[in-house]
Design a protein around this ligand. Sequence first.
Ligand SMILES: [Zn+2]
Length: 124
Amino acid sequence: MDDESRKHLRQCWGCDCDGESHKLGVRPVGATRATVEKIADGIEKLTGYRPPTCPWRAMWDPLVGPIIDIARMGEEVPGAPALRDDDPQILWDAVNVYLRAKRSVLRSDEAEEIKRLQAQRKKT
Ligand SMILES: [Zn+2]
């Protein structure tokens, strides 16, 4: 993808991740915008949250990386105290949001895989 295509994609998301594409002030219409809306619809349907910018922009939030690390630690090391009772509520809330979204995506992926396998069986 060339620089102009990336800039157009950022404009369609209304994203400021390159520091300038959002300055257009309006989001372009067309095929790329329609694709962006479908992706945002899918993310909202799966997670309950519609991304206000491109999904990668969320990684700029100083909480996101540590929350993913905390959630992974809790999943990968059974019994490990990823959060303590006296940790700030925002950390508990953020980990819960992340884990709910992750479970929803995994369930959706499993359902799609089952559909794919059933369709494959019908062909044979
Ligand atoms: Zn972006």
